[in-house]
Design a protein around this ligand. Structure first.
Ligand SMILES: Cc1cc2nc3c(=O)[nH]c(=O)nc-3n(C[C@H](O)[C@H](O)[C@H](O)COP(=O)(O)OP(=O)(O)OC[C@H]3O[C@@H](n4cnc5c(N)ncnc54)[C@H](O)[C@@H]3O)c2cc1C
Length: 472
């Protein structure tokens, strides 16, 4: 087959979308609008599989920012009733009122493969080392189905929107598991990242000593629920260990926060700690786990080693992307954040806790592997500040680029939820109400001019430093 034939044949192929979360389904909607055919692989047995695991958590951004425009255009003719745009949905409502109706639309339903895990992505007939004619080759996507069978699919492009939920950061120092961590997890002492402690998982936590390690939105939600449980279930004890020494960063902006729900979360958490319902250990670096009848968690502190004897441990240390499935692709990632190289410095959590991000699309997200993109939560690598609205704009631009509409691909624009409070690790803090459009250079350069999304758990071991000028 000539190279020209190969290219023509490749352009007839579908575009693989890995993961049917909100950004994966939005990708499919944009591809469909552009006349391209998506082929969606979802490892869960239904759409929104990751969100279902935190369905009991309320989002901090209102519906207005959680619905992708192309998806809305697909939904509207079906008689779909749009939720009240100003209300904050729970995770399960996002799935039931938005993702499930979207997945039921014929154009999506017919190309959606659930219980289908992508185990590898490569180029047909070529490993990573082969260059000649590489761009003309279709991608090969290897998929494992529930019966254990592996099937190879040929596609013209791949958009990986598989999120980071299945890869929590380890609890030990230096980004590594602490000695004994794997054994503690295997013995059932370490739970998933956001258990439903007052609902479905209540019996597991009632009357136990529970330790939460990590900070951010996930930790705050879990600790508040544990505080409530402790009030109603005698014998329940709650401890909280964080690496940092600065407690002010743990509670957010309180009354100054432009997102009232987030401000209240921090204020209530502070109250629980100050009233002694939660025992807080700051400057705590987890160094060892010992598994027995209970779990011994040892940490280094400025006052020497401390060992906590607990029944259960809930990790809230953030997530990292699964890059293993992409091993045969030529990626260009920021060495610290594991996001596409150009995006990395804009979202590096060591310098950008306020989530400053300019609008960006196909160009910023491109890799040397032409036709491959990371989008959604996974495009943020280890950075915890991703917002759905950002992902929806990413995939609008990628679909336009794949359809050959470079002008539309380059015309990026982003409106994010207004928050108004953000801090930087450089000691700065902004508390003025902010503009919501984040498409301009000015916005990109200013902490105060950009919204500050809630961190979903602080990643560990990011003490890497970064050369160059810091802008916020
Ligand atoms: C508790 C919590 C609250 C949040 N609140 C907000 C909020 O209020 N506002 C906001 O804008 N953002 C919020 N976020 C951040 C972010 O928007 C969500 O994490 C969102 O779910 C990301 O969407 P996604 O489609 O990129 O990834 P996900 O929703 O994680 O979807 C990825 C999908 O890929 C599937 N998958 C994974 N690996 C594979 C594989 N190998 N093969 C096939 N399928 C695979 C998964 O099963 C999953 O269904 C929140 C996140 C968390 C954890």
């Amino acid at each position: 087959m000539t190279e020209q034939h190969m290219t023509e044949r490749r352009n007839d192929l579908p575009v693989a979308v890995i993961g049917a979360g909100p950004v994966g389904l939005a990708t499919a909607a944009h591809l469909i609008e552009r006349g391209l055919t998506p082929l969606i692989f979802e490892k869960g047995d239904d759409v929104g599989a990751a969100i279902r695991q935190w369905g009991h958590i309320r989002l901090f951004s209102p519906w207005r920012h959680n619905i992708d425009p192309a998806s809305r255009r697909l939904l509207e003719p079906t008689g779909w009733v749009e939720p009240r745009l100003t209300s904050l949905p729970y995770g399960h409502e996002l799935v039931e009122q938005y993702l499930e109706p979207l997945a039921a639309i014929t154009a999506i339903k017919t190309v959606l493969h659930t219980s289908s895990t992508v185990t590898a992505v490569s180029r047909m007939g070529m490993d990573k080392t082969h260059s000649i004619g590489r761009d003309e080759r279709p991608f090969l996507v290897r998929v494992r189905t529930a019966d254990g069978a592996a099937t190879d699919h040929l596609v013209r492009a791949v958009i990986d929107t598989s999120g980071t939920w299945s890869q929590p950061n380890p609890l030990g120092q230096a980004g590594l598991p602490a000695p004994g961590e794997a054994e503690a997890a295997a013995a059932g002492f370490i739970t998933g990242p956001l258990p439903d402690v007052t609902g479905a998982d209540r019996a597991r936590f009632a009357g136990r000593h529970v330790l939460v390690i990590g900070a951010g939105h996930s930790a705050a939600n879990t600790l508040l629920a544990l505080g409530q449980l402790a009030k109603n279930e005698p014998g329940t004890r709650v401890s909280w260990a964080v690496r940092g020494a600065d407690t002010s960063r743990l509670y957010g902006g309180g009354d100054l926060d432009g997102l009232p729900a987030r401000g209240q979360l921090g204020a209530r958490l502070r109250q629980l700690v100050e009233d002694g319902h939660i025992e807080l250990y700051t400057s705590f670096t987890t160094t060892a786990f010992t598994t027995g009848d209970s779990l011994l968690v040892t940490g280094d502190t400025p006052n020497g080693p401390v060992t906590l004897n607990v029944d259960l441990l809930i990790p809230a240390t953030g997530f990292r992307p699964d890059l293993g499935i992409l091993r045969e692709l030529r990626l260009d990632l920021d060495p610290a954040v594991e996001a596409p190289r150009e995006l990395g410095p804009m979202i590096d959590p060591e310098f950008h806790s306020c989530g400053t991000v300019p609008a960006h699309g196909a160009k910023v997200l491109a890799h040397p592997e032409k036709g491959f993109y990371l989008a959604g939560m996974k495009s943020y690598g280890r950075a915890p500040t991703f917002l759905l609205a950002t992902g929806y704009e990413q995939v609008r631009s990628i679909a336009a680029a794949l359809a050959g509409d470079e002008k539309a691909a380059d015309a990026v624009h982003l409106e994010l939820p207004e928050t108004g409070v953000c801090t930087t690790d450089l000691g700065g803090s902004c508390d003025a109400p902010t503009a919501t459009a984040v498409g301009s250079e000015d916005a990109a350069d200013s902490c105060c001019a950009a919204p500050g999304p809630v961190l979903i758990g602080f990643p560990t071991g990011l003490a890497h430093g970064r050369s160059g000028t810091l802008t916020d």
